[in-house]
Design a protein around this ligand. Structure first.
Ligand code: ADP
Ligand code: MG
Length: 540
């Protein structure tokens, strides 16, 4: 079907203006079908891949149906995580830009319940919440479900994966059967269809899953690799492509944790996202990802579901997904908002059959490529360096340095030799030998110690370690342990102050993050230590 214009859907002027302010030009396929169905009062099952606009598909018609004069709770939206509750309520606020008589409140675990109770007392017509917290408020009677007329189960598959089934059923059983019930999901396993049979009334099933199975602006490539070189291959591709944001998928939580540790060990700003993380940790990771203080997010399929981040440059399938639908969901995270994206998959041995299935079922064109060689990497580095030099020359302000060079010329060095030596000095590993990733893995830490040291040694960071005189440590133990575990040269470690229970150590700023990451939970003199940045005392 051709996408509809919002203008032809019988929406209010306020809604149309808000949608147009949000930059939506036409409805997405799922919206084109769901909006009018929901407006007409039907129960709906909506299935489409992540990023196809399901929130507005139910948000737009739902908000049109809320009676502004009625201050009771009218609609409940259940979603799997706090992250999504917040995202959805932000989208709702934008949809309500020209209407101030409808109050929406997100309700999720992790936020002080008293604050939510206060907010609920003030009255709101729409809540967006996680099932656990909604149950909690129901039992406290701070949420009264008797007046609810609309229910949405958003990301239903993920809610079931997270074990919310009983909570969802309890909540639904407390809401009047006269309600309108909408269910949205990226996948439709049997368990969900079972829910819809029991809790929906003659639902209309809208699915656009196969319409957008392949996204043309995504460059899809696979690499045949041996298991033991996967990590090196990933690092090399990241070094060459230099993505602002990369999303790496692994098939299990354990693999996510392992890969994150390995990447951090090599100096990448990587974090993991999976179902075992507590909400505050999850929030922190997401915040870093959004602020771009993170360059690589490693995730499981379920954990990454529903994340609304637009500018992921590359999606890596570190493991080939079990299911072709997952492949589509994964690669759909890049190439969004009209930008081009890349999807790189690693194939080990027999996984090629799985990949062939994926290609056949999704009609995706996934092209085989050879891993870039170290020579390619060198070339990229040289090109970047030469560009930087050209910029510096174009910028001018070089008098001070020109004087130095002139001095050297006076000592009979040629300009060409001087320039070449400077290049060699900067492209410090451009001389290393060609390593064939097919044969031997290569450990290549990303940050060369001498580089950070010379650039950033002026700024010192004070670290706090939970080991002290009581544990019979002396300064040599501290220096030795840090040098051994992290590989940084002992001489860069500055002042060490040992107290009874703890110790302060000064290290150059450029090393602090790595030292903290690498020393965490390691042992000094047989004692497992904690390490963090020392807190500044007030007034200090
Ligand atoms: P889903 O729930 O299907 O994963 P979202 O509702 O989170 O997708 O929408 C993904 C992104 O697409 C959001 O940034 C949203 O604002 C945007 N979006 C939704 N509908 C449209 C539209 N009609 N035109 C352009 N962008 C849209
Ligand atoms: Mg969604």
């Amino acid at each position: 079907m051709t996408p509809k214009l919002f203008e032809n859907m019988g929406l209010s002027r306020e809604a149309l203006k808000a949608v147009s302010d949000m930059g939506f030009e036409e409805a997405t396929p799922i919206q084109s079908q769901c909006i009018s169905l929901i407006m007409s009062g039907r129960d709906v099952i909506g299935q489409s891949q992540t990023g196809t606009g399901k929130t507005a598909a139910f948000g737009i018609p739902l908000l049109e149906k809320i009676a502004p004069a009625d201050k009771h709770l009218q609609a409940v939206i259940l979603c799997p995580t706090r992250e999504l509750a917040i995202q959805t309520s932000e989208e709702f606020r934008k949809l309500l830009k020209y209407r101030d008589n409808i109050k929406v409140l997100p309700i999720y675990g992790g936020q002080p319940i008293d604050r939510q109770i206060q907010a609920l007392k003030k009255g709101c017509q729409v809540i967006i919440g996680t099932p656990g917290r909604v149950m909690d408020h129901m039992s406290r009677r701070t949420l009264k479900m008797e007046t609810v007329r609309f229910v949405v189960l958003d990301e239903a598959d993920e809610m079931l994966d997270m074990g919310f089934r009983d909570d969802i059923e309890t909540i639904l059983s407390r809401i009047s059967a006269e309600r309108q019930t909408m269910l949205f999901s990226a996948t439709m396993p049997g368990e969900i269809l079972d829910l819809t049979k029991r809790y929906q009334h003659e639902p209309e099933y809208v699915t656009v899953i196969h319409k957008e199975l392949t996204v043309p602006s995504i460059d899809q490539v696979y690499f045949d690799v041996k298991e033991k070189v996967k990590l090196d291959a990933l690092c090399r591709l990241i070094d060459i492509e230099n993505p602002g944001l990369a999303l790496v998928f692994c098939n299990t939580k354990k693999l996510v944790d392992e890969l994150v540790e390995q990447l951090q060990g090599r100096g990448y700003f990587a974090e993991g996202l999976h179902g075992d993380l507590k909400q505050p940790q999850r929030d922190l990771v997401m915040k870093k990802f959004r602020n771009r203080t993170l360059e690589i997010l490693v995730a499981t399929d379920v954990a990454a579901r529903g994340l609304d981040v637009d500018d992921i440059d590359i999606v890596f399938n570190y493991d080939i997904p079990q299911d072709e639908e997952y492949y589509i969901h994964r690669i759909g995270r890049t190439g969004r908002a009209g930008k081009s994206g890349k999807a790189y998959s690693f194939v080990v041995g027999k996984e090629i059959y799985k990949l062939r299935d994926i290609m056949r079922l999704t009609k995706a064109k996934i092209e085989r490529k050879k891993l870039p060689s170290l020579g390619d990497l060198e070339e990229t580095k040289i090109r970047a360096f030469v560009d930087k030099i050209k910029d510096l020359v174009d910028d001018g302000h070089l008098t001070k340095y020109i004087n130095i060079v002139e001095g050297m010329i006076g000592e009979d060095y040629s300009v060409l030799d001087i320039a070449a030596a400077l290049m060699k000095n900067n492209l410090y590993d451009a001389d290393s030998e060609e390593i064939d990733l097919e044969s031997e893995p290569l450990y290549e830490p990303r940050f060369k110690v001498h580089k950070i040291y010379s650039e950033e040694s002026k700024d010192v960071v004070r670290l706090f370690l939970t080991v002290g005189k009581k544990d019979k440590v002396n300064p040599n133990d501290i220096v030795g342990a840090i040098a051994n575990e992290t590989g940084v040269p002992g001489r860069i470690i500055g002042q060490i102050d040992i107290f009874d229970e703890f110790t302060f150590v000064d290290v150059p700023k450029g090393f602090a993050k790595e030292i903290i990451t690498l020393m965490k939970n390691k042992k000094i003199k047989g004692k497992k230590i904690n390490i963090e940045r020392a807190k500044q005392r007030k007034g200090a």
